[in-house]
Design a protein around this ligand. Structure first.
Ligand SMILES: Cc1cc2nc3c(=O)[nH]c(=O)nc-3n(C[C@H](O)[C@H](O)[C@H](O)COP(=O)(O)OP(=O)(O)OC[C@H]3O[C@@H](n4cnc5c(N)ncnc54)[C@H](O)[C@@H]3O)c2cc1C
Length: 278
């Protein structure tokens, strides 16, 4: 049986700029002890204080979910990805998309020593290892996920990775390995929710009829939904072969978008059960 989740209070050990709009933050401290090794790509919740440098209140997880200390200000909670976990610490790649997002603002202003709450890791299966072919689709918010999947796939795997960046400066190297065909697309300023570049690239991918294909898809909501529906309906990819998670929604903050994300995912599961998309 899996242990009840717990929240940890960690501190920023290192900060590395990856691109103009991405910061790699490495967290550590005594409370990191026991964090599951090998959980790269898993979901984590980050608990942000009102201002960098302040200590966020942490929940205690009981039978009825998280309980917060009496009178404490509840931190802003956002979902991120384990980019790496090893003796150096817990690494997270955070997109800096402006000051109106509390997580992005915290990451842009963070300094070594700042506290941050972390709960998890958890989340669904990221890919189906038994497939011979893997299609990975994402953007900078899912860069850590896609790198983790590339690193974890079996040696013989044939992989297509398609990623979209807001502009050319945000394009980053992916892990180098045989069998990987990687392509980046630049939106050149177009709003993410309106871009059809990834959908078009997915449409053009040759799709063998008799091969089991595993799809790992995450990024902006409108794009994820359009690509997921295309793959289910036009390419016959069953729900069980897809990790398809909308990570963020253009012009919606996470507090407003959270429930909508779960509605989108539940509706897809329900359709698959009725045999519509599988
Ligand atoms: C399972 C999961 C894993 C994730 N892993 C990562 C990760 O490893 N790294 C990462 O950077 N993000 C990741 N995300 C996405 C991240 O949770 C969202 O981007 C979140 O909205 C950021 O919170 P915020 O407080 O900065 O902005 P919010 O307050 O949620 O939003 C403020 C504004 O910023 C816009 N916005 C939000 N995210 C982005 C973005 N990525 N690009 C451009 N505009 C944006 C919103 O549309 C809104 O207009 C993940 C999401 C999920 C569900």
């Amino acid at each position: 049986m899996s242990a009840r989740p717990r929240a940890r209070l960690l501190r920023v050990l290192r900060i590395e700029p990856r691109t103009p709009q991405m910061r790699r933050i490495v967290l550590g401290g005594d409370d990191l002890a026991g964090f599951p090794i090998g959980s790269e790509g898993a979901h984590i919740k980050l608990l942000f204080p009102a201002k960098p440098g302040e200590t966020p209140a942490l929940p205690v997880f009981g039978e009825h979910g998280p309980a917060w200390p009496d009178g404490a200000a509840k931190p802003v909670v956002r979902t991120y990805t384990v980019a790496k976990i090893d003796d150096d610490g817990l690494t997270i790649d955070i997109v800096l998309h402006g000051d109106e997002g509390p997580a992005s603002r915290w990451a842009a202003n963070a300094r070594v020593g700042d506290p941050l709450g972390v709960a998890g890791p958890g989340g669904p299966e990221l890919f189906r290892a038994e497939a011979s072919r893997h299609v990975l689709i994402g953007d900078p918010s899912s860069y850590a996920l896609i790198c983790a999947v590339i690193e974890r796939l079996p040696e013989r795997a044939s992989i297509d990775a398609l990623l979209e960046a807001p502009d050319a400066a945000e394009i980053q190297a992916l892990p180098d390995r045989p069998g990987l065909r990687a392509r980046w697309f630049s939106r050149e300023g177009e709003p993410a929710g309106a871009s059809r570049r990834l959908l078009e690239a997915v449409r053009e991918l040759p799709w063998p009829q008799r091969e089991a294909v595993s799809v790992t898809l995450a990024g902006e909501s409108a794009q994820v939904v359009a690509i997921r529906d295309f793959l289910a309906r036009e390419r016959g990819v069953p729900r069980s072969m897809m990790y398809a998670v909308p990570y963020w929604k253009d012009r919606w903050d996470e507090d407003r978008y959270h429930d909508e994300r779960h509605r989108i995912m539940d509706a897809f599961d329900a359709e698959a059960e009725q045999g519509v998309s599988a």
